[in-house]
Design a protein around this ligand. Structure first.
Ligand code: FAD
Ligand code: NA7
Length: 540
């Protein structure tokens, strides 16, 4: 029931609550507590900090952004002091780094682990958020920051017989510490970024590996390997320029994006450029560093795809396996890279089952039965089936803004935001990597968002503002901008998590701002410089 006379504002338990303790939540807590001097509590569902890097402990888990830019840049000393020895960071390295950051900035005392936030509701009378946790506790705050992760809610397909499997059945995003696949018969469903990483590592450990592949993938080498300390020292000397370039680039991966159109050069030159970048490695470099239009021009896309297909034919010895591994669709999912992905299928102990041609009928106590009647016997079955990306963790909470309206009611046609960080009808609430944020190497985008949110809150605090929230009009404008940009690319034409196509029944929607981090930071700056254009403030 609504009241006509608002009750007087009451003091909150804390100034701000941060949900999630991955890259986003950790930095947000530091900003709000250590720099703005607010009282802050952070809640984390997991038993440790690190988010993605706490949960994804599967063999082969690593970044596919090169390590020198898969980190924070906000603290010069941290940047100088934290070393690396391989081109990409293995999961334990990223986790150790994030644990170090938490310790370095004394953040642990305000992070409550093993605590899922089940509800967050805004009270219009007091202008406070009430945050409830799974243990039945609750507390109030003025600002709520969701750092829930965009690839953090596991997609566990409901395959018939799933719960009957007598061996270990695990999702890569919940890899148990005690699970060792050495010498076991292992099956894996899924060949995305995670699946391909797992397959390469698992093939070396398992007695036998069966890969259940729905879609063949375009995968380029990662170019991983040791990095010597002289290179680390050189990179550290150049960090100012490197981060300047990253912040003003498109994908923020630490290389210059190409400005050359694919079809503007001869076929011979095209092949030379593709080969050069194949040799250097990295999926984003292959898609954005070779030519400027692979993600936008069908002819350019076809040329890149044909090059990768020619590599599969060269690498994979068995023609039938090569055929199954060869994609024929657009090259327009998040680009993959790996260390010897296609080569792995030349091993005698690795078997590829195309479940597009020979679907999984059911999971049995002994393994996976396919439509041809074969029962693939397994000790361990791994679901590398990805995530209910971007909005999955938002919808999992009872999240309610003005008028008690649930986030699902707002997002019936798909998740939306203003600038990827705020939502109309949800006053004093912010999101890190919320819907329609940038599609990039993520730590630099997380930093841009955290710093922008902190500046907005500092401004609101200085002016004694009661509530600040975007207008519906501003949000609609941002949604239209993101749709327009996405439709200029080929990405919407490929089925992937980027548009929610991987989850049965999930409505396809644009979920990213695809104009790059430089343009995105420009938009954030423009809005702030114009006195937070698109936001409404209610004075205290
Ligand atoms: P997360 O790290 O996902 O943290 C979110 C946290 O919120 C989680 O710990 C979760 O438990 C917690 N949480 C969610 N809901 C609740 C709740 N209701 N209550 C309490 N806690 C909650 N990105 C790149 O840019 N480059 C890469 O190379 C790269 N590699 C990746 C590899 C893997 C295997 C995966 C899965 C992702 C990868 N990513 C990569 C994306 C990666 O998620 C981001 O780079 C980054 O780690 C996101 O940080 P975050 O803090 O936003 O989210
Ligand atoms: P992805 O990229 O969504 O890949 C998931 C894989 O699982 C992909 O090959 C899917 O096939 C497959 N999948 C999903 N559902 C099913 C069902 N029901 N049956 C069979 N196969 C299925 O997730 P990742 O974890 O690999 O990567 C996500 C991001 O995390 C990545 O970009 C990195 O940033 C880290 P499909 O291709 O849909 O046919």
């Amino acid at each position: 029931m609504s009241t006509t006379t608002p009750t007087p504002d009451v003091a909150p338990d804390v100034d701000a609550v941060v949900i999630g303790a991955g890259f986003g939540g950790i930095y947000m807590l530091h900003k709000l507590r250590n720099e703005l001097g607010l009282t802050v509590k952070a809640f984390e569902k997991g038993g440790g900090v690190g988010g993605t890097w706490y949960f994804n402990r599967y063999p082969g888990a690593k970044s596919d952004t090169e390590g020198f830019v898969y980190r924070y840049s906000f603290d010069r000393d941290l940047l100088q002091e934290w070393d690396w020895s391989t081109r990409y960071l293995d999961q334990p390295d990223v986790l150790a780094y994030l644990e170090h950051v938490v310790e370095r900035f004394d953040l642990g005392r305000d992070i409550t682990l093993n605590t899922e936030v089940t509800a967050a509701t805004f009270d219009e009378d007091t202008a406070l958020w009430t945050v409830r946790t799974a243990d039945g506790a609750q507390l109030t705050c003025r600002y709520l920051v969701n750092a829930l992760g965009l690839l953090a809610r596991s997609n566990m397909p409901d395959i018939p017989g799933r719960d009957s499997f007598a061996g270990r059945l695990v999702h890569t995003n919940a890899w148990p510490e005690d699970l060792d696949i050495t010498g076991k018969r292992v099956g894996v469903i899924g060949t995305g970024s995670t699946g391909t990483q797992f397959i390469v590592a698992a093939a070396r450990m398992a007695e036998h590996l069966t890969v259940f592949q729905r879609s063949p993938q375009y995968c380029v080498p990662s170019g991983n390997g040791p990095v010597d300390q002289a290179e680390v020292a050189r990179t550290k000397e150049n960090f100012d320029e490197i981060w300047h370039q990253v912040r003003n680039s498109v994908v923020a991966f630490g290389f210059e994006e190409s400005t050359v159109e694919t079809m503007s050069v001869s076929e011979e030159e095209r092949r030379r450029v593709f080969q050069e970048n194949w040799d250097k490695g990295n999926g984003f470099r292959f898609m954005f560093g070779t030519f400027c239009d692979i993600a936008t021009n069908p002819e350019a896309n076809a040329a890149a795809a044909a090059f990768i297909r020619s590599k599969i034919a060269e690498i994979v010895e068995d023609p039938e396996t090569a055929r199954k591994l060869t994609p024929t669709d657009l090259y327009a999912k998040r680009p993959l890279c790996n260390e010897g992905y296609y080569e792995t299928y030349n091993r005698d102990d690795v078997e590829l089952v195309s479940i597009r041609e020979n679907p999984i009928q059911d999971i049995t106590p002994a393994g996976v039965r396919t439509a041809d009647g074969v029962e693939h016997e397994l000790d361990v079955l791994v679901f590398a089936t990805g995530f209910d990306a971007v909005d999955g963790n938002y919808r999992a909470m009872d999240l309610r803004g003005r008028g008690g309206r649930h986030i699902d009611e707002h997002w019936e046609a798909g998740p939306t935001s203003y600038l990827g960080v705020s939502k109309a009808g949800f006053p004093n609430m912010f999101m890190i990597l919320g819907p329609n944020g940038p599609f990039t190497n993520l730590p630099p985008s997380i930093e841009a968002q955290v710093e922008w949110i902190a500046a907005l809150i500092a401004d609101a605090e200085r002016d004694g503002v009661r509530t600040v929230e975007p207008t519906q009009e501003a949000e609609d404008g941002w949604t239209a901008t993101c749709e327009e940009i996405a439709n200029m690319t080929l990405f919407p034409q490929a089925d992937s998590w980027i548009f929610g196509a991987n989850i049965p029944g999930k409505r396809n929607a644009v979920m990213f701002y695809m104009a790059g981090i430089g343009a995105y930071r420009g938009q954030l700056a423009e809005v702030a410089d114009a006195g937070y254009k698109g936001f409404e403030r209610q004075e205290a």
